[in-house]
Design a protein around this ligand. Sequence first.
Ligand code: GLU
Ligand code: ZN
Length: 289
Amino acid sequence: MQYIGRFAPSPTGPLHFGSLVAAVASYCDAKANQGQWLLRIEDLDRPREVVGASDDIIYTLQAYGFVWDGDILYQSARSTAYQTALDELKLQGMVYPCTCSRKTITDTAEQKGIEGAIYPQTCLHQTIDLNKTPAWRFKTPDQETRFNDMALGLQSQQVATEIGDFVIKRADGLFAYQLAVIVDDAAQGVTHVVRGADLLTSTARQILLQDALGFTHPIYRHTPIVMNTLGQKLSKQTQAEPLPLDSVSTHLCRAFDFLTLNPPAYLVSATSNDCWEWAIQAWPASSSI
Ligand code: GLU
Ligand code: ZN
């Protein structure tokens, strides 16, 4: 089987140690399986994008010795593909327009799910206000979605009751991450998705969309999330420090250590090439295919 992996950062700020761990895991998994490793910049949400963040991320990845295959794919150039997928879902009657405001939803929702109010399907059962540009929601089926995570084992989620009918295109015209990510994973032939466990609760939604569009499912592996001393996930919101561009080997070794690869002490003063060579052979490749 041909292995295609990827790293898909959102340019909302510089890379931090948490993003390094996710990148290292997907890179080692791809390389240990003689696979390709693609880089995709998920710059879908232009308003939330930080100017210069894409270039900064690319520069940092290069400084850490990551080498990607082919051209970088930018989601900002992919609207036509996302619209085609949405149109297909419309044809199949698997989505419906929604003109509810956020406030109406929180005021009328009776159930709370893992990501806030469960949309009470108001617009599924009433004619919508044609003067407003609608958002588009995916009609979630009444069934459990299961998948076997390579690191965490069998996972299951009832998307209808735990998340609800989720938005795949917002009223302001922006496509949602859930749709864009599966359209691009399919278009790029991605076979293995290795990413942080903060995205574990998104996977069932992505599997439902893949089923609806007739896409094959990649193999998923979710890696542990890095926390700060306050027990918060490292992120831009928790002011995670940007990855420094010096002492690259030290930070790579910290990432290897976090991923329980147990790097030898001498590696921190070795070159980044030596670090990679060591990590790729140390990575438990066979457990991931
Ligand atoms: N762009 C997403 C993020 O930075 C990751 C998408 C993915 O790996 O599926 O959180
Ligand atoms: Zn609505």
